[in-house]
Design a binder for this molecule. Structure first.
Ligand SMILES: Nc1ncnc2c1ncn2[C@@H]1O[C@H](COP(=O)(O)OP(=O)(O)OP(=O)(O)O)[C@@H](O)[C@H]1O
Ligand SMILES: [Mg+2]
Length: 293
């Protein structure tokens, strides 16, 4: 069986700060995620707040002690779920003034399909997270494409390996709040509907990512065209031109449309600008919606 290698970064980092700033139009999601992570990873802050305002004790603080540190990021493709999970540790580390180790599972989390391999790799991911959290002080474990792992036990063709894997995952999630060094678990999926209900209900926070609306598209174009002499009216024109059904995803705008425009301007040795973006918009269709399961 192959060894499980988690991608590790210790935050804050310069790249984390840059990547976090480069994600726009999702400010409310960024704030909720950062606040929840700060609460999970810096237990003392909440205790101090409780003592300050409710010296005789506070019911909710006793009840939420058992809340599991699981956060679910769901929603459409290409809308920043993976990108945000990879860099969120930096603003949180700054906010709580402590280092955070971020561990991301590889895309082959399931391994090679040997008997018992899935369960042992899931256990391994949590064991490594506990050990690194103890060494650094606190950790965020990110399980991307979680539907690969946590598909409902009743929905699948009930393969024994898969069921055993989900059982182990739930057991590991249950044990997370007992870890002496705090660990937050972020699970990412664009198919929350197929996740096992027992996993879903354990999420203390669920954040849903959507394709950019008008205000977010305005922000995207403003950012893309920073450094050119584009007017507000031209930005509004681009926003109108990108009204589509289904809507464009963030990555359609940044990775496909803007990249095509950039390539063309570079090749023609001309400055980048609105005209190049308009031409690219006319050629590129929005990514299709995820098929319902
Ligand atoms: N909110 C955003 N602001 C700016 N760029 C974004 C945003 N969301 C996504 N992007 C761009 O799209 C790319 C892909 O995003 P990401 O991989 O995070 O999508 P995802 O939501 O995880 O999609 P999938 O469900 O397909 O895995 C990013 O690297 C970035 O270039
Ligand atoms: Mg992703």
């Amino acid at each position: 069986m192959s060894e499980l290698r988690l991608l590790e970064t210790i935050h804050p980092t310069k790249e984390g700060e840059h990547d976090f700033e480069a994600l726009f139009g999702i400010d409310a999601i960024k704030e909720s995620l950062a606040d929840e992570l700060a609460l999970i990873l810096d237990r003392k802050r909440l205790d101090d707040w409780g003592k300050r305002h409710h010296s005789g004790g506070l019911g909710i603080l006793n009840i939420t002690k058992g809340t599991l540190p699981l956060i679910l990021l769901s929603g459409d493709v290409g809308c920043g779920k993976t990108a945000l999970a990879s860099c969120i540790a930096t603003p949180v580390a700054r906010a709580i003034d402590q280092r955070i180790v971020c561990l991301e599972t590889p895309s082959d989390i399931r391994g090679g399909g040997h008997v018992g391999e899935l369960s042992s790799r899931v256990t391994d991911a949590f064991t490594q997270a506990k050990s690194r959290a103890a060494a650094v002080g606190r950790a965020i474990l990110v399980i991307d494409e979680a539907d690969d792992l946590a598909t409902g036990r009743s929905q699948m063709q009930a393969h024994h390996e898969d069921r055993a894997g989900v059982n182990v995952l739930i057991k590991q999630i249950n044990q997370l709040s007992a870890s002496p060094a705090p660990i937050a678990l972020i699970m990412i999926t664009n198919r929350p509907d197929v996740l096992d209900p027992a996993v879903l209900r354990r999420a203390a926070l669920r954040l849903n990512f959507q394709r950019p609306n008008e205000a977010a598209r305005f922000a995207v174009f403003q950012r893309l065209l920073h450094g050119t002499s584009t007017t507000e009216t031209q930005l509004q024109e681009l926003v109108k031109l990108t009204v589509k059904k289904p809507q464009y995803t963030f990555s359609d705008l940044t990775d496909r449309i803007a990249r095509l425009a950039l390539r063309r301007c570079w090749k023609a040795n001309q400055p980048f600008g609105v005209a190049a973006l308009k031409a690219a918009i006319a050629e590129i269709e929005p990514s299709p919606l995820m098929a319902a399961s």
